[in-house]
Design a protein around this ligand. Structure first.
Ligand SMILES: NC(=O)c1ccc[n+]([C@@H]2O[C@H](COP(=O)([O-])OP(=O)(O)OC[C@H]3O[C@@H](n4cnc5c(N)ncnc54)[C@H](OP(=O)(O)O)[C@@H]3O)[C@@H](O)[C@H]2O)c1
Length: 283
């Protein structure tokens, strides 16, 4: 096995952490975490930090913060991809979203800049319920969200990480665009009911309008940029355009994508959804 030097941007996050763990387990000795807490630190908001993270690397997994949909993403991704290419990074794997035209502009940049690229477009992650924005709501036993009837094929971050690792290591994935989804379409109330069932708790779901949801986030005094982004994601991505399952995970990995029920069962067993051992924060 060729021992590639690989930079994982967002390497402590939901997908990056899993990608870094897998590469290390496979014996790759030069896996560098690119994040504000990395060594050297990498900050998307401070381009002066990028070169030190890029130096000496052969490949990069790009997870952008906070989301490729934000207006400045195109310029930032162009600047980063050009710098990475000029410093000898041949392979770029970009984590993208489905059905976001702003994200597609970033995909085009990576496709035009990298010698060897793979685009991984993912649906909403299962782990949003266990490691991210929805966790405090699950712990509170009260989930209030808009788009309650929208159908989304939630994907597991373990599956995404497996596809990313394959893409980083195997040139058969060069020039490929993958759309990763879980095996079935679900609504938010169905996902919450699965979690409640798996951890044997009562979790109430309340359907909100987009306006009510934004007002609730405002009441929590969350930053306006964040409220804009969340509202954009619920409005654009969950308008029905992505209500479709793909089989790209099976195509790449030769096995089925993980179902939400298995995710809920495994996650419940870790205790992360047990309120008594958690601090409940606002989202
Ligand atoms: N969640 C979903 O359902 C979903 C679906 C499709 C696509 N996506 C895309 O996934 C990407 C996020 O990836 P993820 O969910 O794997 O990561 P994540 O869990 O959001 O992880 C956050 C990571 O980014 C780092 N980070 C935060 N701010 C940073 C900054 N200013 N500069 C550099 N690093 C920073 C964090 O480390 P430090 O704190 O140390 O900096 C951490 O490693 C987004 O682009 C999003 O659009 C998400």
């Amino acid at each position: 096995m060729e021992d590639k030097s690989i930079l994982i941007l967002g390497g402590t996050g939901k997908t990056g952490r899993r990608v870094a763990e897998r590469l290390t387990k496979l014996g790759h000795k030069n896996v560098r975490i690119g994040s504000r807490s990395g060594a050297p630190p990498f900050d998307w908001e401070n381009p002066a930090t990028w070169e030190a993270a890029i130096n000496g690397m052969d490949a990069v997994y790009i997870t952008f913060q906070p989301d490729l949909a934000i207006p400045s993403a195109v310029e930032t991704i162009q600047q980063f991809a050009t710098l990475a290419h000029n410093h000898g990074i041949r392979k770029m794997v970009l984590l993208s979203g489905r059905g976001e035209k702003e994200a597609q502009a970033c995909e085009q940049i990576v496709m035009a800049t990298a010698d060897n690229w793979t685009i991984v477009r993912a649906s909403w992650f299962n782990q949003n319920f266990s490691e991210s924005v929805f966790l405090p709501l699950i712990l509170a036993g009260q989930v209030a969200l808009p788009r309650a009837t929208a159908l989304e094929p939630f994907t597991d971050a373990d599956d995404i990480a497996d596809v990313v690792v394959e893409s980083l290591l195997d040139d058969r994935h060069a020039g490929q665009m993958y759309e990763l989804t879980g095996p079935r379409l679900m609504t938010f109330p169905e996902a919450v009911a699965e979690i409640a069932n798996a951890c044997d708790r009562e979790i109430h779901f309340q359907a909100l309008t987009l306006e009510e949801h934004a007002a609730q986030l405002r009441a929590y005094q969350l930053p306006e940029d964040y409220i804009w982004l969340v509202n954009y994601l619920f409005t654009e991505v969950l308008d029905g355009r992505n209500a479709r399952v793909t089989n790209d995970i099976e195509k790449v990995l030769g096995r089925k994508a993980k179902d939400f029920t298995a995710f809920a069962r495994e996650t419940a067993a870790t205790g992360i959804w047990t309120p008594s051992i958690q601090t409940i924060d606002t989202p």
